[in-house]
Design a protein around this ligand. Structure first.
Ligand SMILES: [Zn+2]
Length: 295
């Protein structure tokens, strides 16, 4: 069994015995890897990390030739995203990213760009809007408060309460929610692209006609825009405003999700949720926690 090294994001974990864990890793080098971590549940084990969800670690594993579980032999902490723990919506979005990586990709099918997009999304999810400082680091700064709030003693101890809280109806909460949803949308589009389902938006997927007017129809099953003539054949078609189409094109092209207009971002959410569900073959379990019930 050759020993392999990889940078890995923990996307799923199951306790296997009183001392061991089965963990699903999405690695930059090999794609999805499922391994047994003997002793991974012990406080004092050979592993530096406990394989908690959304932990990034450098792992060494022995690859099983027969297709069984690989055997994890070493793990060192590389990055965590502590800011996600301060925002339940952002944390659920992080779990949603993990679900798409765990269930949407095949074992040993590497997608380094998808790995990078996932880490970028996780770093961005925990940041407060307008905070230029990195929100997630291996060693958090002693005072993680955003610029402008420094000097406030609340952030001085690790046991102190979160520097900000969200409540329903607060403007900051709406801004934070919009930022999280934009980051999720951008990640979903990378996920779709890497799986070979990037939306085709410049011409009708049926006849090749260019989309015109202030409203178009798009169909995840058809793979993109459908014109009025071809539309009736696409039963899952959804209307999309010209602004929504422009926003979608921008995100597909890699635009900063932070620049996504709020209205267009909100319009894209049910469409992208449907798109991901169509490709995955079912509605992702965490999608409702990201978009809210009934979306
Ligand atoms: Zn057409």
């Amino acid at each position: 069994m050759p020993a392999e090294k990889a940078l890995a994001l923990v996307v799923r974990g199951t306790d296997w015995s009183e001392t061991s864990r089965i963990t699903t890793l999405f690695t930059r080098e090999f794609g999805k890897v499922r391994g047994l971590a003997k002793g991974g549940r012990r406080l004092k084990s050979s592993f530096e990390v406990a394989f908690d969800l959304l932990t990034v670690c450098r792992v060494v594993f022995l690859r099983k030739a027969s297709g069984g579980l690989d055997l994890l032999t070493e793990a060192q902490l590389a990055e965590q995203f502590p800011a996600l723990r301060r925002d339940l919506h952002a944390l659920n979005a992080g779990y949603y990213v993990a679900e798409l990586l765990a269930d949407g990709t095949q074992d040993y099918d590497p997608h380094p760009d998808l790995f990078d997009a996932a880490l970028g999304a996780l770093r961005g999810l925990g940041e407060k809007a307008g905070d230029p400082s990195p929100g997630n680091q291996k060693t958090p700064p002693p005072n993680p408060l955003p610029r402008g709030e420094r000097g406030d003693q609340r952030g001085g101890r690790s046991s102190s309460p979160p520097p900000w809280r969200e409540g329903p109806g607060e403007g900051s909460s709406r801004a934070s929610r919009g930022r999280v949803l934009a980051a999720v949308s951008a990640f979903e589009l990378v996920w779709l692209k890497e799986l070979g389902y990037s939306p085709r938006l410049d011409e009708c997927t049926g006849c090749g006609a260019a989309p015109v007017g202030d409203r178009v129809f798009v169909s995840p099953a058809a793979g993109g825009v459908v014109c009025p003539a071809c539309g009736p054949a696409a039963l899952d078609r959804r209307p999309l405003s010209a602004a929504g189409l422009n926003a979608l094109r921008g995100l597909v092209a890699g635009a900063d999700p932070g620049s996504l207009p709020a209205a267009a971002g909100a319009e894209l959410r049910p469409l992208l949720g449907l798109w991901v569900s169509t490709v995955l073959g079912r509605r992702p379990r965490l999608l409702g926690y990201v978009d809210g019930p009934g979306r």
